[in-house]
Design a binder for this molecule. Structure first.
Ligand SMILES: *Cc1c(COP(=O)(O)O)cnc(C)c1O
Length: 379
């Protein structure tokens, strides 16, 4: 089955009791049991819910994995994944991960005895030398937020397998339409479904897909014990969004390709980070492991003052955190998504004060470029 067909049909059956073509929203906390120890597979909605189950099957199919789990947000999913570790365990994390991942690791989980090192995972030798006897997990984001660096999925998966370390990939930016980390031997793939999967900026959710039965069993146990589940309504919203993932991503990708090319010709733009540009340091690797380059671009305007002026001048692009919706959004990583990363750490990972990030939407390309043009003319 092709990707678009799977997005629309995988895991989705007409409701057996009514024929309802669309998945019903099962707003129930509990389920009538037929007899002691006999039920229809559902007991309590923190453990499982039929609407959530459909979404979990659907995302598992899209990521070419066996099992899917749906959480209340991307961060709830990440929290559960890190809870696979125990106090005293060490985890290697890509150095420019999503700001919230950094905050969760450094400012919450470190207090529970988990150790984290933020490493340039585009450099396999650096990953290797960061491994310690107590390293139990490598957590990769590729492309990274916001500098769009690419990590070699196969190389990291091999390294992790050889040391019996759990490998995790945050696949939010690429989506399963462009990249399937499990195909390269990665153990766990994670999404903030809030972004491209839902695609309409109107819900929050987190999705996880795995193949390994033991890891799945443990993660389900953590999910039901800690309770960070996705609600039936949000599961339904996400299912609805995923049906158009393929057409949306194709358009995000083609619009972003053109926007990146445009920005690259502008004198006022010092640097453009987009893996689809031949000048991108990992362009060839991106071509090898992705089926396109996605809708996210960051670019440097040289100073905070210029970035501020630019952001104040855009009209079509909304100034907002988040990404992956049909509308173009623009943001300033240093003061928005990466505000909790200390300034010297921000500079080390390339999040300069002049850096602007754009989530290219699926509006008409000319309108997006016209907006960027007029905003650039103001600085
Ligand atoms: C948004 C985001 C998250 C967190 O997801 P929420 O749904 O906001 O909790 C994690 N990783 C990446 C790459 C993101 O963009």
């Amino acid at each position: 089955m092709g990707f678009s067909t799977k997005a629309i049909h995988a895991g989705i059956e007409p409701d057996p009791t009514t024929g309802s073509l669309m998945t019903p929203i099962h707003l129930t906390s509990t389920y009538a049991q037929e007899d002691l120890g006999r039920n229809k597979g559902y007991e309590y909605s923190r453990v499982s819910n039929p609407t959530r189950t459909v979404l979990e099957k659907n995302i598992a199919a899209l990521e070419n994995g066996k099992e899917g789990l749906a959480f209340g947000s991307g961060m709830a999913a990440e929290t559960a994944i890190f809870q696979l570790l125990k106090s005293g365990d060490h985890c290697v994390v890509s150095q420019n991960v999503y700001g919230g991942t950094y905050r969760l690791a450094k400012l919450v989980l470190a207090d529970f005895g988990l150790q984290f090192d933020f490493i340039d995972t585009t450099d396999l030798a650096a990953v290797k030398s960061a491994l310690k006897p107590n390293t139990r997990m490598v957590f990769i984001e590729t492309p990274t937020n916001p500098t769009m660096e690419i990590t070699d999925l196969r190389a990291v998966a091999r390294l992790a397998q050889s040391r019996k370390i759990i490998s995790v990939v945050d696949n939010t930016f690429a989506t399963p339409y462009l990249q399937n980390p499990l195909d390269f031997g990665i153990d766990i793939v994670l999404h903030s479904a809030t972004k491209y999967l839902n695609g309409h900026s109107d819900m929050l959710g987190g999705l996880v897909v795995l193949n390994d039965a033991k890891l799945t069993e443990r993660l389900r146990f953590i999910q039901k014990s800690t309770g960070g589940i996705l609600s039936p309504f949000e599961a339904w919203m996400c299912l609805r969004g995923i049906k158009t993932l393929a057409v949306r991503m194709a358009r995000h990708d083609s619009n972003a390709t053109e926007v990146a090319a445009f920005l690259n010709t502008q004198r006022k733009v010092k640097k453009v980070n987009y893996p689809g540009l031949v000048g991108h340091p990992q362009h060839r690797l991106a071509k090898k492991q992705m089926r396109g380059f996605g809708g996210m671009i960051s670019f440097d305007l040289g100073s905070l003052d210029k970035a501020k002026k630019f952001l104040k001048s855009v009209r079509l692009c909304a100034l907002a955190e988040s990404l992956g919706g049909v509308e173009s959004l623009i943001s300033h990583p240093a003061t928005m998504t990466h505000a909790s990363v200390p300034p010297e750490e921000r500079l080390r990972i390339g999040v300069t004060d002049g850096l602007v990030r754009i989530s290219v939407g699926i509006e008409d390309l000319e309108d997006i470029i016209d907006d960027l043009k007029q905003a650039l003319s103001k600085i």
